[in-house]
Design a binder for this molecule. Structure first.
Ligand SMILES: C[S@@+](CC[C@H](N)C(=O)[O-])C[C@H]1O[C@@H](n2cnc3c(N)ncnc32)[C@H](O)[C@@H]1O
Length: 427
């Protein structure tokens, strides 16, 4: 416990200094799978509820804590005390011992006192901090204000949904095995699971993908159910010329290749991330032409023969997927929204001329902010008289308003992330 608390606290501090959580955790090469899972859970959970945890420490510490490592340990321990079932004494003892490893022993008394004080006054403290929006929702103030301004009726539900624990959702590779047979293969190894979409399967108890049957044989990919809508919506037929313009790490490229044998080109500006696309295609027994290039500069990579289908899964704030990436809440700045909007606009404008007449471009973003989604597409259609929006045909149980899917409320039938889709047709 103590070691996991210490590593998780360090990871949280590194995120607050600007690193992404996956990059930080990838640097922790713990041999022990169970320890690695606990560090991951503690770091994710602490970032998920950081607004609340910070506010409690501010109330309980007599003066601002001079030591950032001790403060982060308190956040992790408070996360465990409030949001997990771990035994209280083990959490407090672990945090006190972890303090001794990162700091002089004098800090141990402080950590012990703050945590025991919290346990004594728990209900009052939780009620007190819930009056501050940043602590109530655990998002930066600008983010709360933006969602509240855009959706005054249900902003609280949407923000809370982003703080839920996400399920492990798989996409079955239908070229290798049917979804029903894969659910049976999971059951045979003791993993309860249920189908939740054409090829989507949710595994009841999340575990590393490599521990599930058929990983190396390419029977499945890990992909949220909302992201699994992209390839069917694009509806690329056999032999069509298809471009995946922002492809890495290849979640949607591989789905496109699973659904049809198209003439598929996958581009990404990040050559290193593009390698992941190649690895994922190989594991799943699929293929595509991979190009490391800038999609805003087609002159550098386009042959001039138009594409019949284009997927633009644009870089965005990731505000729809914070339940999987809680670090994004603290890494983003309000000014990033305008930068992403500009980047998306340049991608759309540059790719549109490469689309054939009658062809379709699917724009997607894992965001819930209107500026990146509905507004982006409204202004695009206004700029391009040959572009029109095609109504989306979504499976019945996926509720979308104007292409916007919201992160699933706890207990909803479809447990998916927040996503936006707009299908554009060229006249
Ligand atoms: C949302 S991610 C794509 C996720 C991917 N479609 C999937 O399903 O796995 C956005 C990607 O866009 C890439 N990107 C950003 N700007 C780009 C550009 N100008 N040209 C090509 N790729 C770009 C990033 O490197 C990143 O991999």
């Amino acid at each position: 416990m103590e070691r996991a608390q210490r590593i998780a606290a360090k990871a949280v501090r590194r995120v607050l200094a600007g690193a992404t959580l996956p990059a930080v955790l990838a640097g922790e090469n713990d041999e022990n799978v169970a320890d690695r899972a606990l560090v991951r859970e503690l770091a994710h959970g602490t970032l998920r509820f950081l607004g609340q945890l910070r506010a409690i420490v501010r109330l309980l510490a007599e003066r601002p804590l001079a030591d950032a490592s001790v403060e982060a340990l308190l956040w992790v321990a408070l996360y465990q005390l409030i949001h997990t079932q771990a035994p209280q004494h083990a959490i407090v003892d672990g945090a006190v011992r972890a303090t001794a490893r990162v700091k002089r022993t004098s800090a141990q008394g402080l950590v012990n006192a703050v945590l025991r004080n919290f346990l004594r006054r728990r209900d009052d403290l939780l009620a007190a901090v819930a009056r501050e929006p940043e602590a109530r929702f655990s998002y930066p103030r600008w983010w709360i204000d933006r969602v509240r301004a855009e959706r005054p009726e249900d902003y609280a539900v949407v923000l809370d949904a982003g703080n839920a624990r996400p399920p492990l959702c798989l996409r079955v590779n239908v070229r290798r095995i049917s979804p029903d047979d894969y659910v049976s293969a999971l059951a045979a190894q003791g993993h309860a699971a249920r189908r939740t979409g054409a090829a989507a399967v949710i595994v009841d108890r999340p575990r590393p993908a490599t521990a599930l049957p058929g990983y190396t044989s390419g029977w499945f990919s890990v992909q949220d159910a909302a992201a699994q809508l992209a390839a069917p919506l694009l509806d690329a037929g056999e032999g069509m010329r298809v471009l995946d313009a922002c492809a890495a790490p290849g979640g949607k490229t591989t789905h496109l290749a699973e659904l049809a044998t198209a003439d598929l080109t996958a581009i990404d500006v990040d050559a290193h991330r593009l390698e992941r696309v190649g690895e994922n295609l190989a594991r799943l027994g699929l293929s595509a032409r991979l190009v490391a290039g800038d999609a805003t500069d087609p002159a550098a990579w386009w042959s001039g023969v138009p594409f019949e289908r284009i997927l633009l899964d644009a870089p965005c704030t990731a505000s729809g997927v914070v339940r999987r990436h809680p670090d994004a809440k603290w890494l983003r700045r309000e000014s990033d929204v305008a930068s992403f909007v500009e980047q998306q606009r340049r991608l759309l404008d540059a790719l549109w001329p490469t689309l054939a007449g009658g062809g379709r471009l699917l724009y997607s973003a894992c965001s819930i902010f209107r500026a990146e989604n509905a507004e982006q597409i409204e202004t695009f259609v206004a700029r391009h008289p040959d572009a029109s929006r095609v109504p989306l045909e979504l499976p019945d149980s996926f509720a979308a308003v104007d292409g916007q899917l919201l992160p699933a409320e706890v207990g909803a039938e479809h447990n998916h992330d927040g996503f936006f889709y707009a299908l554009l047709q060229k006249s």
